[in-house]
Design a protein around this ligand. Structure first.
Ligand code: NAP
Length: 298
């Protein structure tokens, strides 16, 4: 039987292989490697583990990754000054601020202080605006990873009815822009739902592809999906589990165990969208190196 699981781990490993090749070519031609700076404020356990995963992946690919760990009580002024220094640092190709930030910091103001040329998370107004106008530069890694997953498993989005549940700047909005764009990997009819949407099930039941990114388990239940549709579960939720060594396990935003019987394809959590996000971040850092060094052909 053909597996219904969309194996993000496997698909991302072939992207990593291509990136490793590209980075080794960069190193032999330019005698330097792309460099990413990750700014981690405070000690949120999920953020620490995401940053570790990014650091490990960069190291494997040959990207220099510096993690700047700042105290929870860092001031907005000091954080923006640090970002500004990096904006002018010729050694730094890309930077990301690990989100969420402690509540007292103005997340939006801090993100907008990153130079759009180094904003490899694609969250500045300039980069989101470029995406909206059909000239993408840096696109947020998770939406890019979802688009890549669909492409790699041979799903043509053109003309498909896609429902996205979640309208964040990190996931839902850029994903809607990507999938509805006039492009080979776009051309879909996209509907965005959010916490104020009514009767979401009436929309998802008509969808060929449902993408759920809310941060709440069981947002998408089996009654909400149509036979043979495709479900992409972006959610990552930590659930207490005393049988696990670390005391928790990860689940998505959909009722995976029940939905898998109905759909034709579904991403697991973990092992679906997560590994793609990391691969696409590394791809954005490599792209930043190429743009910032004005490299025409590798
Ligand atoms: P977010 O900023 O909190 O946005 C959540 C969105 O979901 C909001 O638009 C919210 O609506 C909507 N929403 C919440 N409850 C809803 C409901 N019951 N019905 C419909 N819409 C609802 O979260 P995010 O940053 O987009 O992340 C979403 C999830 O993806 C989280 O679990 C996060 O951990 C995960 N994530 C995973 C990856 C990965 O690599 N796998 C990367 C990024 C994020 P309103 O706008 O009305 O509030």
């Amino acid at each position: 039987m053909i597996s219904k699981l969309i194996d993000g781990k496997k698909i991302s490993s072939s992207i990593h292989e291509l990136l490793e090749k590209q980075i080794s070519e960069i190193k032999s031609k330019y005698f330097k490697a792309p460099k990413l700076v990750v700014i981690l404020v405070g000690s949120n356990p999920a953020s620490i583990s995401y940053v570790k995963a990014k650091e490990k992946a960069c190291k494997k690919a040959g990207i220099i990754c510096h993690v700047e760990r700042l105290e929870e009580n860092v001031t907005e002024k000091d954080l923006i000054k640090y970002i500004n220094d990096l904006n002018y640092d010729i050694e730094t190709d890309g930077m990301i601020v690990q989100l969420p930030l402690p509540k007292k910091l103005d997340e939006e103001k801090i993100i907008q202080s990153i130079s759009p040329q180094k904003d490899v998370d694609g969250l500045t107004n300039e980069n989101l605006g470029l995406l909206a106008s059909g000239q993408p530069r840096f696109v947020p890694a998770t939406p890019l990873g979802v688009q890549k997953l669909l492409d790699e498993i041979g799903i043509k989005t053109e003309g498909k009815n896609i429902v996205i549940i979640g309208r964040s700047k990190l996931v839902g909005i850029p994903l809607a822009l990507l999938l509805s764009a006039k492009s080979d990997l776009g051309n879909a009819t996209v509907t965005i739902c959010h916490s104020k949407s009514n009767n979401i099930d009436s929309l998802t039941l008509k969808a060929d592809i449902v993408i759920v990114a809310t941060g709440f388990p069981s947002t998408l239940t089996k009654k909400m999906v149509k036979e043979n549709s495709i479900v992409i579960d972006v959610g990552v939720n930590r659930i207490e589990d005393s049988s696990k060594k670390n005391g928790y396990r990860l689940i998505g935003d959909s009722d995976f165990e029940e939905i898998i019987d109905i759909v034709s394809k579904i991403t697991p959590v973990p092992g679906g969208v997560g590994p793609m996000t990391i691969a696409m971040l590394l791809s954005n850092v490599t792209k930043a190196f190429i743009i910032n060094n004005d490299i025409k052909n590798l």
